[in-house]
Design a protein around this ligand. Structure first.
Ligand code: PRP
Ligand code: URA
Length: 251
């Protein structure tokens, strides 16, 4: 509901009225009628919605085949895109509807950059990019060494003006935090100051590691799981995300 205040002595200017309506409208969306309920603690945003837990259950189940896994991941990435892009920078512009002029909030330039940590990150970033097609898409190739669990960098492709862009960094899994920290460091070295890390499943160890080094980087996740096992896999988790997306699980 939008409430227009009562003016005793004067009529509000149409410009003022437009601003008031816009602000009330935004407040209504952000506070009064949240699209996605989110539990926030120490800069960790955990999604709280039955659709999210339903789709996560499909991903966690060991018998879900890769084509179903990809489909559920894709749908989940749309839901995750909303809280991950919550702080998108906008600017007010005047537009003309078929009926009259009004003020609208539109994305600022340069547009944000969605950065995928290869390979599994593509499963999330492809969905984000459908919700926010104006954003550029960057890639950082990292894989975890099987013996040490330390990330190894093998590829990088990012657009120009990174230092001016907001970045949503996506990877389905935050385990030890090594890959996320290496990616954040790479972005910060390029001058990026506004980064949100989005994932599906986070381990407490990974959250502690990332926030120990980068406390200002919000972590948006669909689930915060229990712990890592001896092989640094997340419990209960969903296994190796990249292998499950691309059907490369080896016995
Ligand atoms: C997985 C996952 C993350 C990383 C998380 O990638 O997609 O990038 O592990 O683990 P960490 O928090 O301990 O660094 P993986 O190395 O298996 O590469 P892949 O995406 O190519 O399968
Ligand atoms: N990488 C994954 O894909 N899964 C885990 O549980 C840990 C790291």
């Amino acid at each position: 509901m939008i409430v227009i205040p009562f003016f005793v002595n004067e009529k509000p200017s149409s410009e003022w009225k437009n601003h008031f309506i816009r602000d009330s409208f935004l407040r209504h969306i952000v506070i009064g009628n949240p699209i996605m309920s989110v539990q926030i603690q120490n800069n960790v945003h955990v999604l709280d919605h039955p659709l999210v837990s339903h789709k996560l259950a499909i991903l966690r189940a060991r018998d879900t085949p890769p084509h179903h896994f990809r489909h559920a991941l894709h749908e989940l990435s749309w839901l995750l895109a909303f809280p991950a892009l919550q702080k998108l920078r906008v600017t007010s512009v005047e537009i003309e509807t078929p009926l009259e002029k009004t003020i609208a909030a539109v994305m600022r330039d340069p547009k944000p950059c969605l950065v995928s940590i290869l390979r599994a990150g593509n499963g999330l970033i492809d969905g984000f990019s459908q919700i926010c097609p104006e954003a550029s898409v960057g890639h950082l190739g990292l894989y975890r060494d099987h013996d040490t669990a330390k990330p190894i960098s093998y590829y990088s492709s990012l657009p120009d003006e990174m230092e001016k862009r907001q970045v949503i960094l996506g990877d389905p899994m935050l385990a030890t935090g090594g890959s996320a920290m290496m990616a954040i460091e790479t972005l910060q070295t390029m001058g990026v100051t506004d980064i949100v890390f989005a994932c599906l499943v986070a381990a407490p160890e990974g959250v502690a590691a990332v926030h120990g080094k980068f406390p200002d980087v919000p972590i948006v996740t669909a689930a915060l799981d229990r712990e890592l096992n001896k092989m640094n896999y997340i419990l209960p988790g969903l296994g190796d995300a990249g292998d499950r997306i691309y059907g490369t699980v080896r016995s």
